[in-house]
Design a binder for this molecule. Sequence first.
Ligand code: FES
Length: 342
Amino acid sequence: MRSRHCNWCCHDIGECEGMNAWVETIEVVVHEAAGGTDDTRVLRLARQDGAPLPAYRPGAHVDVYLPNDLVRQYSLCGPNPQASDYRIAVKRSSESRGGSAWLCSHAGNGTQLRIGLPRHAFGVDETAAHHILVAGGIGVTPVLSMAYALQASGKSFQFEYFVRSEADTVFRDEIMRSPLAAHTRIHPALAPDAVRERVAALLAESKPQSHLYVCGPAALMQMTAELARAALGDGNVHMEAFGPMAPAEAGEREFVVKLGSCSTAVVVPPARSVLACLRDAGHEIGSSCEVGVCGSCMMRVIEGEPDHRDSYLTDDERMAGTHFLPCVSRSKSPVLVLARDT
Ligand code: FES
């Protein structure tokens, strides 16, 4: 069943606490829960009545609305985007603020959950002559569905999978027993310098008009993206992050935010977020992840130039400059005028 509920307070129509940021959601049930590795659970989500779920494009993710009122993002990592179930993999994080820990501890066969519709912020560029897929750890999830799609369509690709150890390799057996094995290299237990050398080497050998896609820990993504942009050009590099990608920089500047063109100016100093400053000034702004990945704090830009630091908006949405994630993003202009995204 599809329903609509508030993306800020997570309540249904009629019970909303006032923000009314409606999103469409689907009720699903966990119909298979298995261990991926010691600290990873692989869950298959389906409608209770077995009816098809919306098709998605490889690389898509969904918001998962947890019973403890948290919203978390998980990539759809099944081999078939038209399937009647969605597969996600959840890694129990030592820094979990309640999302991955809840799913790893409580989600089992029969657990009911609510999810958003698939969101496509990451995916294969059909114009590429060759695709270089780079995954680190649990970052394999969006990349795996892309690898399956490239394999199925006979496209030229390679899949470079960096892991802490053999035992930590989610989907290892599945990958190595499938046709993906011929395109895949698993790189276990490399020190950061060795990872950098491998990435530099594979870029040095890359075919003309290659596109590179990377998902994984922030350090791997930043290093890979930096090398890949130099080798392939900005437009040929694609990233999917599930954590903050751009931490505060040295030399960060103060700016002013207004909520609506008439409101009083709120000063945002270098070390504080727009979200925190607006709340201090008495404005109620809903949020969930507070690291720029869920979209629940999204606001509209009325005036000014945002400095996007989130990993939620698509490239097109960033270019349009009409939306803003105040939990992590900042301003390039001295004044930014925002409105709630209702
Ligand atoms: S609270 Fe999740 S993007 Fe801001």
